[in-house]
Design a protein. Structure first.
Length: 424
């Protein structure tokens, strides 16, 4: 028998051996220490916004400081009611046929509502990652843009839902990875290539925002197209919660594409693709050829109803009240524990730890009644491990103070008091 061929992969854009080889060991360790694979009941959806207790089966009670529902809208009575109401109104949960053939008006209703909120055209998707999966290949081939195949520049820190698309985009055009927010790198590419598309997070999952103003200059000078995933700042940031990019980017036309998940601070399900200035024909191409954007009806009616209710809350002063509560908790945290993110409006803080100590520290914090997530390579770059803390509007002052006390016990740096301010 002739020898059969074994395959040597090129690994130009991804490498599961590396990813799983290193990452899985940490996950196993997290799980052995009771910090992953948890199944926890909420004491009640409504109560979580005020008390925030969760339970694991042995009865251990904890406050979740690792939940991205920054405004606690996911358990808001109006959001719950909105989901139930839409189910009754439409009488169907899912209507499984490609939307480009036949659709019920549910998702259109949500797209109209979100479009009004953003002052833009909105296409919904079942998830931000699904939207990215649909859109980036269309950008790569020039079908979403001005027809010229762009050089695709992926930011080194782009969320995995975007960087996963590198091999797919590379089949349509050329793909490169830039250092984090490296404007010189991007400008250099703009000088060399007829068209460039830059792919990055609008708000990073470990704090910090994209340089939207500087990028806008490149957009004006070279026609650069920027694809922002602004999932982390929707609802939590800006007037009516429109997020960081749409609050600050001076370029809101076809050169800026924003994708946001509705699963985080918005408190429901799905995602919104926020577009300006695209022709109807291009929108049809997105709908028809955007991969999973056209596989089925996408958002079920409960998600649509919940989304409509959350969008309504975004139009009322209640949103500002919730944002203010969130900011107050962030400020309280910053007054007690120092991190690199201190002073930012961003709801995530990373308390640095070494790869060796991070799990043990997380376990001690959990035993004290708080859940924070240990993060480590490959979730974050090597040597940047730590405990990731997420603030929410509904956490009480007592809870925030309690957490900060434990964090300093396990090695967090206490806040440096401002000059003239007595240490608290
Ligand atoms: C959480 C997150 C996602 C995932 O959103 P889904 O809607 O669940 O796919 C995508 N991008 C970024 C930047 C995120 O933080």
């Amino acid at each position: 028998m002739t020898e059969r061929i074994s395959i040597t992969p090129t690994h130009r854009y991804r490498n599961n051996d590396k990813l799983i080889g290193i990452g899985n060991e940490f996950w196993d360790m997290s799980e052995r220490n009771g910090l992953a694979g948890l199944v926890a009941d909420l004491d009640s959806g409504v109560l979580r916004t005020t008390a925030g207790h969760e339970f694991v089966p042995d009865g251990h009670e904890f406050i979740n400081f690792s939940c991205c529902s920054y405004l606690d809208l996911d358990s808001h009575p109006k959001v719950i009611e909105g989901g139930l109401d839409a189910m009754r109104r439409y009488g169907v949960l899912d209507h499984c046929i490609a939307r480009s053939r036949v659709q019920i008006p549910a998702m259109l209703e949500l797209e109209d509502s979100l479009g009004e909120l953003f002052g833009a055209h909105v296409v919904c998707s079942i998830a931000a990652s699904t939207a990215t999966f649909g859109l980036l290949p269309l950008i790569a081939s020039g079908h979403l843009g001005n027809g010229t195949r762009p050089l695709m520049v992926f930011d080194k820190n782009a969320h995995i839902s975007m960087s996963n698309l590198k091999p797919v985009c590379a089949d349509e055009t050329e793909v490169v990875t830039s250092p984090h927010h490296d404007l010189d790198f991007i400008e250099d590419a703009c000088r060399k290539y007829a068209r460039v598309a830059y792919v990055c997070d609008g708000s990073d999952s470990l704090g910090g925002y994209a340089p939207v103003k500087e990028l806008a200059e490149l957009q004006d000078k070279y026609g650069l197209l920027v694809y922002y995933d602004d999932s982390h700042s929707l609802s939590a940031y800006g007037e009516r919660g429109v997020g960081y990019v749409r609050t600050h980017s001076p370029v809101l036309d076809e050169r800026t594409i924003v994708v946001v998940t509705l699963n985080k601070a918005f408190g429901t399900s799905g995602a919104a693709i926020v577009l300006d200035g695209y022709e109807k024909e291009t929108l049809r191409v997105i709908e028809r050829f955007g991969g999973a954007l056209n596989y089925s009806q996408l958002l079920n009616t409960a998600a649509v109803g919940a989304g409509l209710a959350s969008a309504e809350i975004h139009r009322t002063p209640e949103l500002t009240t919730l944002q203010d509560r969130l900011y107050r908790n962030i400020e309280l945290f910053d007054s007690l524990v120092h991190t690199e993110q201190t002073g930012s409006t961003y709801p995530i803080r990373l308390v640095p730890m070494s790869d060796e100590t991070v799990i043990e520290a997380g376990r001690r914090v959990f035993e004290a009644g708080f859940y924070v997530s240990p993060v480590f390579f490959p979730i974050v770059a090597r040597g940047t491990a730590g405990l990731r803390v997420m603030m929410r509007a509904g956490q009480t002052e007592e809870q925030v103070r309690g957490l900060c006390a434990v964090l300093t016990e396990v090695g967090a740096s206490p806040a440096i008091p401002a000059p003239g301010e007595a240490a608290r």
